[in-house]
Design a binder for this molecule. Structure first.
Ligand code: ADP
Ligand code: MG
Ligand code: ZN
Length: 476
């Protein structure tokens, strides 16, 4: 029997507002414990929550970007449960009437474009954080995070493979980052995901029993957890056993999912409308104002880069992975209008260097203008492509302009025919055996001679001239 997976994702994204969702405490990450708190977010008796307008603004932005319908009227609801990181004993969320529904995004995996439906987006407050003491049987609680605004984005069960789940998450994260409403940092927990997965025989269209996977804090973890879980479910079914609906935790170190709780132990949250908050009414004017201020989104940017710069889809895909990377590329292409050369350098040297230096594109020690200067030096024949790599490394470490480095280090390319001919003659006379082998038909040796000439000129000889002159010398 062949099975296919059915996957639906619930994503929580922390919004980048300055203050919390229902009080004016700061949302800043990393402050000393319990310094960003007040009676409202500590859940003291008698306090009243006041909705932060920016949270609604940001949520509408995301909702429009992923093609949702905005509800004219939505409601906040209390989700009741006890946990030490939840001082009120309930979380303010949305339930029956969420702010947005019926959206979709497109993803592309292995050249196949698929539409993934968005069931709903709702706003809610985050809980605090428990810190467990590894040495003593005590836990401390930090309420700085209570009341930090979140949106939850629930997908339809339209995803079919772990790879598609990864693509969907990357797409959502890129959109949130383009909108500048979430930093998308999975390690710090500002972008989190629960994955629901079931299997069914290929060709059927009913749904199987799902497991909900938690505790994955990178895209890779989500994909790994899904791969494991799909296989596990297939094993259970093949053994003739029955799957149960349950919540399972991913253990990255062991590479397995472990049952956390079954359906019977699932919480009954006793949701009801929060009497402290009025229904939220959003008029057409507000929505339209936000719609008209949306930035160019990843899909549009990809299409425009391909069209305007005539670069391959692959390049465009890499470049749009962040808005700032695409900006960098465009700035450089403006100063050096050979887009494919620019994209090669951005995807290769720049991204490689940023990874090695553990820096983001904003922190790049090489500005787009400087990179363009370097590319002009190659283009005009002042330095070879090979020397350019050395100059680039020096630009990274010293921050100097490429011209200065070329001057100081005497890296100007040798384009003098006589000088190159001298070196070629030397190499030819020093390698009699190789020369006779070459002349006897072992033409593969040509690369060896090029290498020798380059070595002798410390990489500075113009490669095209070296090729021509060598050919002439060897073939006489
Ligand atoms: P809950 O709060 O119980 O997790 P939600 O409706 O918030 O329920 O989320 C359910 C998620 O699970 C959605 O993303 C949905 O697409 C997905 N889902 C529902 N049924 C299945 C199923 N049989 N297999 C896989 N995913 C499913
Ligand atoms: Mg769920
Ligand atoms: Zn507060």
């Amino acid at each position: 029997m062949e099975y296919e997976a059915v996957i639906g994702l619930e994503v929580h994204a922390q919004l980048l507002t300055k203050t919390k969702i229902f009080c004016s405490c700061s949302t800043e990450f990393g402050a000393p414990p319990n310094t960003h708190t007040c009676p409202v977010c500590l859940g003291m008796p008698g306090v009243l929550p006041v909705l932060n307008r920016k949270v609604v603004d940001y949520t509408i932005r995301m909702a429009l970007a992923i093609n949702c319908t905005i509800a004219r009227e939505s409601r906040f609801a209390r989700k009741n449960y006890f946990y030490p990181d939840l001082p009120k004993g309930y979380q303010i969320s949305q339930y029956e009437l969420p702010i947005a529904e019926h959206g979709h995004v497109f993803i592309e995996v292995n050249g196949k474009r698929r539409r993934i439906g968005i069931t709903r987006i709702h706003m809610e407050e985050d809980a605090g954080k428990l810190i467990h003491d590894p040495h003593r049987p005590v836990s401390a609680v930090d309420f700085n995070r209570t009341g930090v605004p979140l949106i939850e984005i629930v997908s339809e069960p339209d995803i079919r493979t772990p790879e598609e789940a990864g693509a969907y998450l990357r797409q959502l994260r890129a959109i949130l980052q383009y909108l500048e409403i979430c930093d998308g940092n999975m390690e710090e927990g500002s972008f989190r995901c629960d994955a629901n997965v079931s299997i069914r025989p290929v060709g059927t269209d009913t749904f199987g029993t799902r497991a909900e996977l938690k505790n994955m804090n990178s895209f890779k973890h989500v994909e790994n957890a899904l791969i494991y879980e799909i296989e596990r479910q297939e094993g259970v079914v093949e053994d003739g056993r029955k799957l149960v609906q349950e919540t399972r935790l991913w253990d990255e170190a062991k590479g397995v999912t472990v049952s956390m709780r079954g359906k019977e132990e699932a919480h009954d949250y006793r949701y009801f409308p929060d009497p402290d908050l009025l229904p939220l009414v959003i008029d057409e004017g507000w929505t339209e104002e936000i719609r008209s201020s949306l930035p160019e989104l990843p899909d549009e940017k990809r299409a425009r880069l391909i069209e305007a710069y005539d670069i391959p889809l692959y390049d465009a895909q890499v470049l749009i992975s962040s808005r700032l990377l695409a900006d960098y590329f465009e700035a450089c292409a403006e100063h050096f209008p050979e887009p494919k050369i620019v994209s090669n350098w951005v995807m290769g040297s720049i991204l490689g260097m940023l990874k090695a230096e553990n820096k983001t594109i904003e922190e790049s020690p090489v500005s787009p203008e400087r990179l363009a200067e370097l590319l002009r030096l190659i283009d005009s024949g002042v330095i070879s492509g090979k020397i350019a790599k050395t100059v680039f490394d020096e630009m990274v470490s010293s921050g100097k302009p490429p011209e200065t480095i070329v001057q100081e280090k005497g890296l100007v390319q040798v384009t003098d025919t006589d000088a190159i001919t001298d070196v070629v003659k030397q190499v030819v006379s020093n390698h009699e055996k190789e020369v006779s082998d070459y002349r006897a038909g072992k033409t593969k040796l040509f690369g060896f001679f090029v290498g020798q000439v380059m070595k002798a000129t410390r990489g500075k000889a113009n490669p095209k001239m070296v090729n021509e002159i060598l050919k002439k010398e060897l073939e006489q």
